[in-house]
Design a binder for this molecule. Structure first.
Ligand code: DI6
Ligand code: FE
Length: 401
């Protein structure tokens, strides 16, 4: 078999199957940006490669996937962080007009170029740790023009760096000030104008909402999801982060790709997610940063077989975090996930959370050749260390990048 590139003498964690899929003496071969073989060297077909890269026993995993971020936004909220240190709560700050609203003001004032420029350093931090696919949400514009600008900026990130970008329209993130007291009228704008336009322009790969006391009600969330369905877009939901509005079950009823956060998820929500195959995307950075004490129901998710993903939730208010490796450690330390669960959570299950399970997330023939090559002795090191980056090389679409 002819291939463009062959990575030889590697140890693999393929993430295919129900565990890490470890191969001690492995090779990966790529052609036209796709994996044509990944597995034991002994079982490989005869491979004629244009270029062979000797990995000298290093580990190869799938490229990492950050499946929940608000990477594009203007400004920061360091000042609110100081207020919180002085005792104010996230909800108090939000009710006093800070919180999401302050990032909305900054984002509305930014040009598309400025949004791209301010997101690039955050993107580069993720890329430097082996991330090859990133989901980016809108939701700080809250007008057609500003939401469109955010989504365009997100798409441009994927042209400026060798990385995959999936965009999610999060118009129902917060109530913009010009709609104070009229949330349903704002939802009209989301469902009747924003979703149709942005879907038509190809700017959104999915639709999300913030179903929460300080966000939107389940009834409003349904309206958003109905509009998404009408325009052929899959949905996901910020659910059960601060309270239990039964958002995860609602989302599962729409076949949601994922329900995210989930600290307040109950048994009925777990069962609904299991039935629908909805991924539980846990966000330990936000849990840590807002000093939440209620843990997501990990044991229940596990028992029900709900796939668990982990992500940064990179956002200026509740998770100013740009390290997916640190998320691994937080997943294990704060949520008591196993090493296996953590690593599957930023590879295979993160791909499912984006509806890209057939395309990325494992080392298997036919998938995009996105690889992370590590200077480690065992996969657990990726979860164990804090603030240390053992990435040796990152491959995106078959190319060293
Ligand atoms: N949940 C979150 O944790 C972020 N958005 C959301 O819906 C917070 C967004 C922010 O505070 O800017
Ligand atoms: Fe979020």
């Amino acid at each position: 078999m002819h291939c463009d590139r062959l990575w030889s003498d590697a140890r693999l964690a393929t993430m295919a199957g129900s565990d890490l899929g470890i191969v001690d003496h492995g090779v990966v071969a790529a052609r036209n940006g796709r994996i044509v073989y990944a597995g034991p060297a002994a079982d490989a077909p005869t491979l004629a490669a244009d270029e062979t890269i000797d990995c000298a026993g290093r580990w190869i995993t799938p490229g990492l996937i950050d499946c929940h971020t608000h990477l594009v936004h203007a400004g920061d909220r360091a000042h609110e962080f100081e207020l919180r240190l002085a005792g104010a709560s996230y909800e108090e700050i939000a009710r006093a007009g800070g919180g999401i609203a302050s990032t909305v003001t900054a984002t509305r004032a930014a040009t598309e170029d400025e949004l791209v420029a301010s997101a690039l350093p955050r993107l580069d931090a993720l890329i430097a740790e082996g991330v090859t696919m990133i989901e980016v949400k809108s939701g700080y514009g809250l007008s057609l023009d500003a939401e469109r600008r955010m989504l365009r900026a997100a798409r441009r990130l994927g042209k400026q760096r060798p990385v995959g970008i999936a965009t999610t329209f999060l118009g129902a993130h917060a109530l913009p000030p010009e709609y104070t007291g009229e949330p349903d009228r704002y939802i009209d704008l989301v469902t009747d104008t924003m979703i149709p336009m942005l879907a038509h322009e190809g700017l959104a790969d999915a639709v999300d909402a913030f179903c929460e006391g300080i966000g939107f009600t389940p009834a409003q969330t349904r309206r958003v999801f109905d509009a998404a369905a009408l325009h052929g877009l899959p949905v996901k939901l910020h659910a059960e982060q601060l309270s239990n509005l039964h958002g995860a079950a609602l989302a599962a009823g729409y076949g949601a790709l994922s329900a995210d956060h989930l600290e307040y998820l109950d048994d009925a929500g777990i069962a609904a997610m299991a039935r629908a195959g909805t991924v539980a995307t846990l966000l330990p950075g936000a849990y840590y940063f807002v000093r939440e004490t209620r843990l997501p129901p990990i044991a229940g998710l596990r028992a029900a077989g709900v796939p668990i993903a982990l992500a940064t939730d990179c956002n200026p208010g509740t998770s100013p975090l740009t390290s997916l490796l640190l998320v691994l450690n937080m997943g294990a330390t704060l949520f008591r996930l196993t090493v296996e669960e953590c690593l599957l959570g930023i590879t295979r299950n993160a791909a499912y959370a984006l509806g890209l399970g057939d395309e990325i997330g494992t080392l298997e023939a036919g998938k995009r050749c996105d690889l992370a090559i590590w200077d480690i002795e065992r996969p657990a090191e990726l979860v164990y260390r804090m603030g240390y980056n053992p990435l040796h090389a990152r491959i995106w679409s078959g190319r060293c990048a």
